[in-house]
Design a protein around this ligand. Structure first.
Ligand code: SF4
Ligand code: SF4
Length: 227
C-alpha cells in the first residue's frame, strides 16, 4: 500500500492561506490503513484546524468528508458539491488523490495534507517499511522475493557492495542489508544458483528516469467501447 505521513499543522495552515471555507477530505483506502488520512484523521485534522484558526483570531469554516478512494472519478463524483463549495480542499490522500481532485475540479484549489512517503508494509504496530519503488521491470523472480531496488540503499542488482556489516547496510546500520537478506533466503530455499547469472544493466527508462509512465490495455479499452 501507499504510506504517507501527515504534514505539520502549521504547514497545512500556511497552504490554506486566506481561504475561509475549507474542506478536509480523507481517503478510505491506503492512507486509512496507515492511519494518516482516513475518516478518523480527517475529523481530527478538521477539529485541530477549527480550534487553531479560532485561537489565531482567524476562525475558518472547516468541514470534512471521506470517500472510498480519491484516485477514482466515480468516488469524487459523490463529493462534487462539497469540493466546489469550498475555497480550499485539504486532501489527506496520497499525491495521486490530490492530483485527481485537481484534474476533476479545475476551478477548485486543492492542497496536500500528507507527505506521500513510499509503497510498503506495516512490519509491526506503528512501523512501516518501503518494499517497492515501482521500477517498472520487476526482478523479484531472481532475488528470492526481496527487492534490491527499494531495499538496497544503492539499488544494486548483482550482489552486495562489500560494505555490509553483520547483516546491516553500511549506509544505515539500522537497516538490514538487502543483499544479505536475498543471500540468506536463497540459501534457505537451496536456490543460490540463481545468483550465478549476472544481471545486465537495468533499463531505468521503465522507472521514473524515463519520464511519466502510462499503461494502456487495449483489451479493456475495446471492451469499454463495445459497452
Ligand atoms: S524490482 Fe521493481 S517492481 Fe519489483 S518490487 Fe522492486 S522496485 Fe518494485
Ligand atoms: S550494505 Fe547491502 S543494502 Fe547497503 S548498499 Fe551495500 S549491498 Fe546495499
Amino acid at each position: 500500500m501507499i504510506i504517507g505521513e501527515q504534514k505539520p499543522l502549521e504547514e497545512i495552515k500556511g497552504l490554506i492561506g486566506d481561504a475561509e471555507n475549507v474542506l478536509v477530505m480523507g481517503c478510505g483506502t491506503c492512507v486509512t490503513v496507515c492511519f494518516a488520512g482516513g475518516e478518523r484523521e480527517a475529523l481530527t485534522l478538521a477539529t485541530s484546524l477549527r480550534m487553531s484558526t479560532k485561537l489565531d483570531g482567524d476562525a475558518k469554516e472547516i468541514s470534512e468528508a471521506t470517500v472510498q478512494r480519491q484516485c477514482e472519478w466515480e468516488y469524487l463524483d459523490q463529493v462534487s458539491s462539497e469540493v466546489e463549495g469550498a475555497d480550499a480542499v485539504v486532501s489527506l490522500a496520497c499525491g495521486v488523490g490530490v492530483q485527481a481532485i485537481a484534474e476533476k475540479f479545475p476551478d477548485s484549489w486543492v492542497v496536500p495534507g500528507l507527505n506521500t512517503s513510499f509503497m510498503g508494509i506495516p512490519v509491526e504496530q506503528g512501523v512501516w517499511e518501503e518494499r517497492c519503488a515501482a521500477c517498472g521491470e520487476c526482478v523479484l523472480g531472481i532475488t528470492a522475493g526481496i527487492c534490491p531496488i527499494a531495499r538496497c540503499s544503492k539499488s544494486l542488482l548483482n550482489g552486495p557492495c562489500g560494505g555490509s556489516e553483520d547483516g546491516h547496510c553500511e549506509v544505515d546500520h539500522e537497516t538490514p542489508c538487502a543483499w544479505q537478506l536475498i543471500h540468506d533466503r536463497l540459501i534457505h530455499l537451496d536456490r543460490l544458483d540463481v545468483l550465478m547469472n549476472p544481471q545486465p544493466p537495468k533499463n531505468w527508462k521503465a522507472s521514473r528516469d524515463g519520464g511519466p509512465r502510462r499503461i494502456v490495455r487495449d483489451d479493456l479499452r475495446r471492451a469499454a467501447e463495445q459497452e
